[in-house]
Design a protein around this ligand. Structure first.
Ligand SMILES: Nc1ncnc2c1ncn2[C@@H]1O[C@H](COP(=O)(O)OP(=O)(O)OP(=O)(O)O)[C@@H](O)[C@H]1O
Ligand SMILES: [Mg+2]
Length: 313
């Protein structure tokens, strides 16, 4: 078996959508209209992901991330190009493919709403024909990674958003799939729950060597989990390499934090090649007293923002 968990070759996805007309007359027109336009949501994306890698699949809103994940999971068929997940074409072998993948789509739970979590787990165990001892080992692993006591006997409908997300992630890994897709797993969660979710994902990846494809707008997720990131913009892949490599491209950037007279912190991003940091501090000091100073390398957040703004073309 080769070492690729996922291979995409020149994948494109077009959507045909109706050109809508305004007003009542327009909506009636639309009923009979053949006036379609084509949206290219994913354009010529190629990608190879090895076993055990965690990839951050990033891009601004509408970039085509969810569309890509839907093709990888077999929900959508590409307009052209090839996808192999664990050596199989996802939309052709949907049943087989399911055995090899786990999926968490943001706020939509895959679990049985009124069943206690443990009953959902048992159903999944039977559906995926997980041997009893492997199931038990997995539950033991879960217990070592996260406190499942408060959720294991609770129906999903009674859970908080954070508990539900946690449960969804545990459920996605339960049959020990080779690859797990997480579409915005920490959206809407508080800081401490985000931490819990991240260390759970990290622990599961490490213990089971599971490949993880993660889409997120939270750069904290990226910092905690991803060595390599792929960025798409308007459907096209614009970056695919280590996050550190990208940061070193912005090596002359520093974030300057200054604590002012009223104890508030002011932060700014400075390119040392263009601006003298001492000048900035002295100019500020003429306006107000500066009580403290901190200098940091450019953060992931700022690097990604610059890319989205088109600064690294
Ligand atoms: N079923 C569909 N029919 C028509 N257009 C669609 C469909 N699904 C997605 N699109 C369009 O494809 C483009 C990419 O959407 P997609 O949901 O993949 O973006 P995304 O990167 O996941 O964005 P976000 O960060 O907001 O979740 C958008 O222009 C969207 O409107
Ligand atoms: Mg999306």
């Amino acid at each position: 078996m080769d070492n690729q968990a996922l291979v995409m070759k020149n994948v494109c996805k077009d959507f045909k959508v109706l050109n809508r007309h305004e007003g009542l007359k327009g909506s009636i027109q639309d009923l009979f209209s053949r006036d379609y336009k084509t949206i290219s949501a994913v354009k010529d994306v190629s990608l190879e992901v090895s076993r055990g890698e965690i990839i951050g699949y990033l891009g601004p809103n509408g970039a085509g991330k969810s569309t890509t994940i839907k093709m990888m999971t077999g929900v959508l068929e590409p307009t052209s190009g090839e996808i192999l997940v664990n050596g199989k074409v996802p939309y052709k072998n949907r049943t087989e493919n399911c055995e090899n993948i786990g999926v968490v789509f943001g706020q939509r739970s895959q679990l049985w709403w009124s069943l206690p979590l443990v009953e959902s787990f048992k159903l999944l165990r039977d559906i995926y024909m997980v041997p009893k001892n492997e199931y038990n080992d997995m539950i033991e692993l879960y217990k070592s990674l996260v406190d499942i006591e408060p959720i294991i006997n609770k129906p999903v409908r009674q859970m908080s958003l954070g508990q539900r997300t946690l449960s969804d992630i545990l459920a996605a890994f339960l049959h020990n799939p080779a690859i797990v897709f997480l579409d915005e797993p920490t959206i809407g969660l508080d800081v401490s729950m985000k931490d819990k979710i991240r260390s759970l994902i990290k622990g599961l990846n490490k213990e089971k060597n599971t490949t993880v494809i993660l889409t997120t707008h939270d750069m904290g997720d990226v910092d905690a989990l991803c060595k390599r990131i792929v960025i798409i913009d308007k459907g096209t892949k614009i970056y695919d390499n280590d996050i550190e490599h990208l940061k070193s491209y912005f090596g002359s950037y520093r974030t300057l934090h200054m604590r002012l007279a009223d104890d508030t912190w002011e932060s700014m991003l400075i390119d040392e090649k263009e601006t003298d940091i001492m000048d900035v501090i002295m100019r500020k000091q003429k306006e107000t007293k500066i009580k403290d100073i901190r200098l940091e390398e450019i953060s992931t957040e700022e690097v990604i923002k610059k890319i989205y703004e088109g600064d690294a073309a």
